[in-house]
Write a protein that binds this ligand. Structure first.
Ligand SMILES: *Cc1c(COP(=O)(O)O)cnc(C)c1O
Length: 399
């Protein structure tokens, strides 16, 4: 029996090396990785540039403390600020901590402005914000909240897409609206541009903060640096993680100067957050993402993936219920149980993908894929559909 908590329904599959879009299991079998450690391995496996940066950083100082200046952190922070709406950032080790910082920043902004009772955040059903007590309250998923005592107070939820329903929830307690521009875990739904603009307008009208969770959809995944850029709006606060370290634990909360200014000494902290080793890697990942043409190519691959998936849907309309997502955060709502299909892809086709809510197959390839990789992946999905159609149970159904 494993010595680990039983919190994951783990596969016995273990990988021992990786190169680009491929992972190799202990017996040497290659797997096509359209999972990327759930949207983390943005540069695939073994990216030479980042590996070299890690090796160099390992020979320098790994960790000091945030009581000292950390030049790598200053540099990464400045670059994030230079390339986004933000004026300041706080580094964390994970997405859920970035969300915690976002919630605390929003609440503290109103506290410092003499409105301590404005702490309520409007969030959305189908969202996922992480697993800390604050994040499960923000996500509002009853099955993640059950058994952990009273949920952190101060969150209300409504279904995404309905601006009037959002406005109806605004009260003199409301401090902000929290949303994933593309819901990942919940079912790969991209928020319509008009809805995102409407939320920004509601925040402006009522003096609220727009808080975006771009932990999964950000950092290039949709073909722009951040997904909200597609709607032409900017948030006041944003949580970032996953791709930012491309496999090294790192996250960040970004904010405007106006909002960040109340986060003074003593209000928040992290022992590891933004340590020299993490930020050296973060800087190397950002070098790769910001190289001329990189994000344009991600955008192009996102469009090619969408095109190939449309062809797949035309061939297999009895399997593909709906196509979802944006860029390289793509979803296929399936007609048959997605968990079984994920296993089928893994065991029979040696392809890794992830399930999401609402019976959606989630495709999260590394951002460095080529069109040949996309064709291979779509070919494997097609082969899995064909195998299902050829099985006796399927023939019995159609007879
Ligand atoms: C993964 C995820 C989180 C939580 O990140 P962790 O690093 O697992 O804490 C939060 N929000 C979104 C949208 C995510 O996809």
């Amino acid at each position: 029996m494993s010595a680990l908590y039983g919190t994951y329904a783990r596969s016995e599959l273990a990988f021992e090396r990786g190169k680009g879009v491929r992972l190799f299991s202990q017996d040497g079998t290659p797997y096509l990785d359209f999972h990327s450690g759930i949207a983390v391995n943005a540069l695939g496996h073994g990216d030479e540039y980042v590996v070299n940066a890690l090796k160099a950083a390992a020979e320098r100082v790994w960790h000091t403390s945030n009581v000292f200046t950390i030049p790598e952190q200053e540099k990464l922070g400045q670059r994030l600020v230079d390339n986004t709406f933000a004026d300041a950032c706080f580094f964390t080790n994970s997405g859920t901590e970035a969300i915690e910082c976002a919630i605390k920043t929003a609440r503290h902004h109103f506290f410092a402005n003499g409105q301590p009772d404005r702490y309520e955040i409007i969030a959305f059903t189908g969202s996922f914000h992480g697993r800390t007590l604050g994040a499960i309250a923000a996500g509002g998923n009853p099955s993640y909240l059950e058994g952990f005592g009273p949920a952190l107070e101060g969150f209300v939820h409504t279904a995404p897409g309905d601006l009037a329903a959002v406005e109806a929830l605004i009260s003199d307690k409301t401090c902000g609206i929290l949303i994933e521009p593309v819901q990942g875990e919940g079912g790969v739904s991209a928020m319509p541009v008009e809805f995102m603009r409407g939320l920004r307008a509601l925040c402006d009208k009522h003096g609220l903060l727009l808080i975006l969770d771009e932990v999964q959809c950000g950092y290039g995944r949709t073909g722009r640096f951040f997904a909200h850029e597609w709607s032409g709006i900017t948030p006041d606060i944003m949580a970032v993680a996953k791709g930012i370290g491309a496999g090294f634990p790192l996250g960040a909360c970004l904010a405007t100067a106006e909002v960040a200014k109340s986060m003074v000494p003593g209000t928040h902290g992290s022992t590891y957050g933004g340590n020299p080793l993490a930020c050296a890697i973060g800087n190397a990942v950002l070098d790769r993402l910001m190289a001329p043409g990189f994000l344009d190519e991600v955008d192009r691959m996102g469009q090619r993936l969408a095109w190939h998936l449309q062809q797949l849907q035309q061939r297999f309309p009895h399997h593909v219920v709906e196509l979802r997502g944006k860029g390289l955060l793509a979803g296929i709502k399936l007609a048959t149980p997605v968990k079984d299909f994920v296993l089928r892809l893994r065991n029979d086709q040696h392809m890794l993908a992830q399930s999401a809510g609402d019976n959606v197959l989630r495709l999260l390839p590394p951002l460095v894929i080529t069109e040949a990789d996309i064709e291979e992946a779509v070919g494997k999905i097609a082969a899995a559909f064909e195998a299902m159609d050829a099985e006796p149970s399927a023939q019995a159904r159609s007879a």
